[in-house]
Structure formats: structure tokens, C-alpha cells
Design a binder for this molecule. Structure first.
Ligand SMILES: Nc1nc2c(ncn2[C@@H]2O[C@H](COP(=O)(O)OP(=O)(O)O)[C@@H](O)[C@H]2O)c(=O)[nH]1
Ligand SMILES: [Mg+2]
Length: 226
């Protein structure tokens, strides 16, 4: 089974090398999508051993994951994919545990959960935002999870084909869950560790972006499909 890690990255030159190197120990290849970073993210990722694709404009994390998915399936012929972050908040040692249900055929999609695992230094406001997101996801998509916005996932080839992400920015996480339900894919949650440092918190500063995410989801769900 060929396993590929997909890493969307935007202005991560100081953190991407370690993320790529760590992930490479646990998969057969790493695809980084440098989303028109203004720093040296792409060059650093390539030097660390990743295949680097670059968007000519900044399109967002969802779009970057979709670009990486298509490349991994079509050009690399991947059997299983892992979504991983560029910024060091995730633990690469947990990749085999995330892939295991896919490789054994137990599930089509594995969703990381920091609430089954460990969320180190997670601010109170983010915990509360995540609670609301759980309720929101249950109401909108009918899927009950302990952590609805965790970017650490593993997918089978079949699931990756069916989960086409069209929401370019952060709402892709909700769209993936919606599609898991609609396509009746078999999913499991697994405990993962997410670490919050001052650096990563400064980079994506506010829980307010949740409002933008909710707007994108509602628009997609109730308006664009009419
Ligand atoms: N390709 C791409 N990646 C992004 C963008 N914004 C964030 N990311 C990446 O997506 C991952 C998660 O983003 P981050 O801002 O850390 O979100 P958080 O950890 O969920 O709060 C990191 O690897 C970022 O580099 C973007 O506009 N484009
Ligand atoms: Mg992060």
C-alpha cells in the first residue's frame, strides 16, 4: 500500500522542514502545496524531501488539500492519504496509528480527535468554539464527533476520490464531514495530540474566523445547491 502525506502550507518557512522530515519517516511520500507563500516555504519543503506544488494565488487550505489529493491519486497512485499540518502542531509519530484502520480495511476515513487525545495549552475560547462546532456539525450534517475541526485525517483512495473539496478555505473541514455522511463512508475517530504554542496561536489568531466558516458552510449547504 502506497501512503502519501498531504501538507497544505502558507508562510511556514520556519516550521515546514521539520514537519516534512518527520512525516517522511512514516509514509512513502510527502506532497506540500505551497499556497503562494511570500516566504521560502516551497524551497525549504523541497530541500526537506517533499514534492512541492505551488498555487499561483493564495486559495486557502481546502483548495490546497484538493490540489494535493488529485496529485497523490493521479500522479503518485496513492492507496492511502494522510492530511497533516505544516506548522508542527501535530505529531508525526501518530501517523501509523491514523493509517492503521485504512490499511486494515476497517474504515474509509480516520478523523483525529484532540479531545480523545491531548490538546496541550489549548485556549479556553478555542475549546468553547469547538463545542459549538460539534453541535453545529451534528445539526447540519447529522454526524456526532468529539472533534469536528481537526486537520489530522487519514483516507482510503476510494474515500479521497469521493470527498471532493470545493470550499477553498477553512470550511473544508465541515464539508469533508458532510460528505462522509452523504457518501456513507465508514469513519472512526482516533486520539491525537495537538500542541498550541505562542507562535502557532499568533499565526492564526482568532476564534472569530469561525463566523466566516459558518457563513461558508451555510451558503454552500442552503444556497449554492438550489
Ligand atoms: N495551502 C494553504 N495552507 C494554509 C493556508 N492557511 C493555513 N494553511 C495551512 O493549513 C494548516 C493549518 O493552518 P493553521 O492556520 O495552523 O490553522 P489551525 O492550526 O487549524 O488553527 C497549516 O499547515 C497552514 O500552513 C492557506 O491559505 N493555504
Ligand atoms: Mg496550526
Amino acid at each position: 500500500m502506497k501512503t502519501i502525506a498531504l501538507i497544505p502550507a502558507y508562510n511556514e518557512e520556519s516550521r515546514i522542514a521539520a514537519s516534512v522530515r518527520d512525516a517522511r519517516s512514516f509514509v512513502d511520500g510527502v506532497v506540500v502545496v505551497d499556497d503562494c507563500s511570500v516566504d521560502r516555504t516551497g524551497e525549504v519543503a523541497r530541500a526537506a524531501g517533499a514534492i512541492v506544488l505551488r498555487h499561483v494565488i493564495n486559495r486557502g487550505q481546502g483548495a490546497a488539500l484538493q490540489t494535493a489529493t488529485e496529485y497523490a491519486l493521479d500522479a503518485l497512485n496513492a492507496d492511502a492519504l494522510v492530511h497533516f499540518d505544516a506548522d508542527g502542531q501535530m505529531v508525526a509519530r501518530e501517523i501509523p496509528m491514523m493509517l492503521e484502520p485504512i490499511l486494515s480495511g476497517e474504515a474509509d476515513v480516520v478523523l483525529g480527535s484532540r479531545f480523545l487525545g491531548r490538546a496541550t495549552n489549548m485556549p479556553f475560547t478555542r475549546r468553547m468554539a469547538n463545542r459549538l462546532a460539534r453541535l453545529f456539525t451534528l445539526a447540519i450534517s447529522g454526524i456526532a464527533l468529539t472533534d469536528t475541526h481537526n486537520g489530522f485525517r487519514a483516507l482510503s483512495r476510494k474515500a479521497a476520490r469521493e470527498l471532493t473539496v470545493t470550499l477553498d478555505r477553512m470550511a473544508h473541514a465541515s464539508q469533508i464531514l458532510d460528505l462522509v455522511k452523504v457518501r456513507r463512508l465508514r469513519y472512526v475517530e482516533r486520539p491525537v495530540t495537538i500542541t498550541y504554542s505562542e507562535e502557532t496561536l499568533a499565526k492564526s489568531p482568532s476564534s472569530f474566523r469561525a463566523f466566516g466558516i459558518v457563513k461558508d458552510i451555510l451558503k454552500d449547504k442552503f444556497f449554492t445547491r438550489i
